[in-house]
Design a protein around this ligand. Structure first.
Ligand code: SF4
Ligand code: SF4
Length: 324
């Protein structure tokens, strides 16, 4: 536990230095929220799970207490330092290429973000105060979008993505939960108003006008999380996606100014630009693993990827014949 009387620092100065360091590490934004129990979110999630909206993602049923109370993840937790890591590349995949969600264009974000958060933790330890903490990026039961909202970074959109007023929604969220107190940001109370563009654009009606989200109808779930073949009634609605889906983010007004920009500092995987349906379908299991080494898509098995490719071609017998 930190003895603040022995460590002289100004709470505002410490927060400011943490945020500046986060930006220098390549994060688009950083905010800090005080740790507290997220009872309302826990209740909402419980109801969502009870309706079976999570399909086979049974891991979401576990660690409910830790998700609600971050001090069960980190002893004496005081602050949630939230960072946004942009994965917007600007360029689009070639017409007709098997579509993958933009977050998978580069190296696996789980490792990239956690490594940068560890650097941030090292900086805090060395330059601000000795601190105990843990870094997460989609790797632990954390209400990451709620913490981002509590840290003043934006709001949770109707498409269930987190929206930052300047950086849109094409980013992943990372958290560093620490036992250090600093000055905190005020939660941002934004909302989508009566936009509804994402609901109208969602081809599978996973999003509803009343704000519900059925993950089992979502293309991301069907192409990545589910290990089964895609249900027949959804196969003609995939819009070319074989891994993930960006449709409800592509149409969001908060992303429009960003879609023309590109980030050239990170390598984009060759498979994103170069591989056709036939290429994906004809490679061996060993080559598949090699192509997707250190990619977030590695969690899609070889067998499942072949199912996804086939599902996309159900409307095009000519194309299908080409790969059989
Ligand atoms: S990711 Fe695609 S399928 Fe899922 S909610 Fe968004 S538009 Fe619908
Ligand atoms: S498309 Fe509109 S309703 Fe959907 S998340 Fe963006 S602003 Fe909100």
């Amino acid at each position: 536990m930190i003895n603040h009387s022995e460590v002289e620092f100004n709470l505002h100065d410490a927060a400011q230095r943490i945020k500046l360091k986060a930006i220098s590490l390549g994060f688009s934004a950083c905010g800090i929220a005080p740790v507290h129990a997220l009872e309302e979110d826990a209740r909402f999630m419980q109801q969502w799970l009870q309706k079976g909206n999570h399909g086979t993602m049974t891991y979401l049923e576990r660690y409910a207490e830790q998700r609600e109370c971050p001090d069960l993840l980190v002893d004496n937790a005081r602050s949630v330092i939230v960072v946004l890591y942009s994965y917007l590349w600007g360029q689009q995949q070639p017409e007709g290429a098997p579509k993958v969600a933009k977050y998978a264009y580069g190296d696996d974000y789980h490792y990239v973000v956690k490594q940068k958060l560890q650097e941030l933790a090292d900086y805090i330890n060395l330059s601000i105060a000795p601190t105990h903490g843990r870094a997460f990026c989609d790797t632990a039961p954390v209400f990451e979008r709620r913490w981002a909202q509590q840290a003043g970074l934006g709001w949770i959109g109707t498409n269930k993505c987190f929206i930052h007023p300047e950086h849109g929604s094409f980013f992943v969220i990372g958290e560093l939960i620490v036992d250090l107190e600093v000055a905190y940001d005020m939660p941002l109370e934004g909302d989508c108003g009566n936009c509804g563009l994402c609901v109208a654009a969602c081809p599978t009606h996973a999003l509803t006008p009343s704000g519900e989200f059925d993950a089992t109808r979502c293309i991301s779930y069907q192409t990545i999380e589910s290990k089964e073949d895609i249900p027949t009634q959804l196969k003609s609605l995939l819009h070319g996606y074989v891994a993930g889906c960006d449709i409800c983010q592509d149409v969001c007004p908060w992303n429009q100014n960003l879609l023309i920009k590109s980030r050239l500092s990170e390598p984009v995987r060759d498979f994103v630009w170069e591989m056709t349906h036939a290429d994906w379908y004809s490679i061996s299991n060993a080559t598949y693993k090699k192509v997707l080494k250190n990619s977030a898509l590695r969690r899609i098995s070889y067998k499942k990827m072949r199912m996804n490719l086939q599902a996309n071609l159900t409307d095009s017998l000519d194309e299908k014949n080409k790969i059989e």
